[in-house]
Design a protein around this ligand. Structure first.
Ligand SMILES: Cc1cc2nc3c(=O)[nH]c(=O)nc-3n(C[C@H](O)[C@H](O)[C@H](O)COP(=O)(O)O)c2cc1C
Length: 336
């Protein structure tokens, strides 16, 4: 238990990388681009992933697919998450990644995505139906890439086929370097409570670092998930959208045994504007602000008259000036 104090308590290793903390930014398609990863690095996140990258997209030289690959040194170690169903194609995709960039720290394989477009090709969570293939994929990638190869899985396909222990065994035998588990089945999609009790003490049964994912919205959610599972770190996914300070709150607690307060409205406004600036730099103002219609409203919660600002941000955002004006007018409204 606690009491070792300071960094040593939180330290764990991914390959040769020393990771000093408890928070990992979960891969999220449509979100975790370079801008989003760099923004979260300011809050002390310990590890990040790209959005999922299609093996076939890489093999066919699809420009958009290639644009997901990191192109410069990042503040925090980053993993490239690949998705695909065939070990040989994933191996080829890894070789392409290695030709195109050296700015990454590990390769991860998506074995959890529930989207039909992905599962009908046998990729994502469909792989869980074939644990041996999960192992073959890790072996194939490791045959060409010397760094850490990791996997992100779910509990199983549905309640009748909860087989994460079998999948983990195959992955470990194949030499996986870390496993992240989203504590839901494919059938659960993203709803309902994640089933942490089902994976109680899971880390004790494993030889490699474990990350847990599912409804980590607060420090208490993280404490609960880590205590039950004994995982090395939690993944921040939807809970970090509009509340990046949760990363710092978790790490600070595990380093100092103290809680820090939630962000003030002033701080939330600052975070909201800052992430917008990062996204604009990356994607240009028009595209960034369109994407921001679904992100900006999340920065405003537990506040009076909050519906007005949420609705306006979701519908009216076109420029950075709009963002500033809508926020400014809301702050004026609060003064009344
Ligand atoms: C919009 C969205 C996109 C996601 N994209 C990916 C992805 O590309 N790869 C992946 O492994 N998981 C992806 N996930 C799953 C998350 O990484 C995470 O495991 C899941 O959302 C559960 O955590 P939460 O309940 O805290 O959101 C995505 C989730 C969301 C909501």
């Amino acid at each position: 238990m606690r009491g070792f104090g300071g960094l040593s308590f939180s330290m764990w290793k991914l390959g040769n990388l020393e990771i000093n903390g408890k928070t990992v930014l979960a891969p999220m398609a449509g979100y975790t681009s370079f801008a989003y990863r760099e923004f979260f690095s300011e809050f002390g996140v310990n590890l990040t992933y790209t959005e999922m990258v299609s093996d076939m997209g890489l093999i066919y030289g699809n420009k958009e697919t290639i644009s997901y690959l990191p192109t410069k040194k990042e503040t925090v170690p980053v993993g490239i998450q690949l998705f695909g169903s065939d070990p040989d194609n994933l191996k080829k995709a890894t070789q392409i990644v290695m030709e195109k960039t050296s700015y990454f720290d590990f390769i991860d394989v998506n074995m959890g995505c529930p989207v039909p477009k992905v599962t009908k090709t046998g990729a994502g969570s469909a792989l869980l139906k074939d644990p041996k293939k999960c192992g073959d994929i890790i072996r194939a990638i490791k045959s060409v890439y010397p760094g850490p190869v990791t996997a992100k899985i779910r509990l199983g396909w549905d309640d009748k086929s909860i087989n994460y222990l079998e999948v983990i065994k195959e992955l470990e035998e194949a030499g996986v370097a870390m496993i992240a588990i989203h504590a839901r089945t494919k059938k659960d999609l993203y709803s309902g409570s994640p089933r942490y009790e089902l994976i109680k003490n899971l880390r004790d049964k494993m030889n490699v670092p474990l990350l847990v994912s599912g409804n980590i919205y607060s420090l208490d959610d993280a404490i609960n998930a880590l205590e039950i599972t004994k995982a090395d770190a939690v993944m921040i996914a939807r809970g970090g959208v509009g509340n990046p300070l949760v990363v710092h709150q978790i790490n600070y607690y595990y380093e100092n045994d103290e809680r820090i307060e939630d962000a003030s409205l002033e701080e939330q406004v600052d975070y909201c504007l800052r992430l917008a600036q990062y996204l604009i730099e990356e994607k240009g103002e028009e595209k960034a602000m369109l994407i921001y219609r679904s992100i900006a409203p999340k920065f405003f919660f537990n506040l009076p008259k909050v519906k007005t600002i949420k609705t306006r941000l979701a519908n009216e955002l076109r420029t950075y000036k709009d963002l500033e004006n809508i926020i400014y007018e809301y702050l004026q409204e609060l003064q009344k």
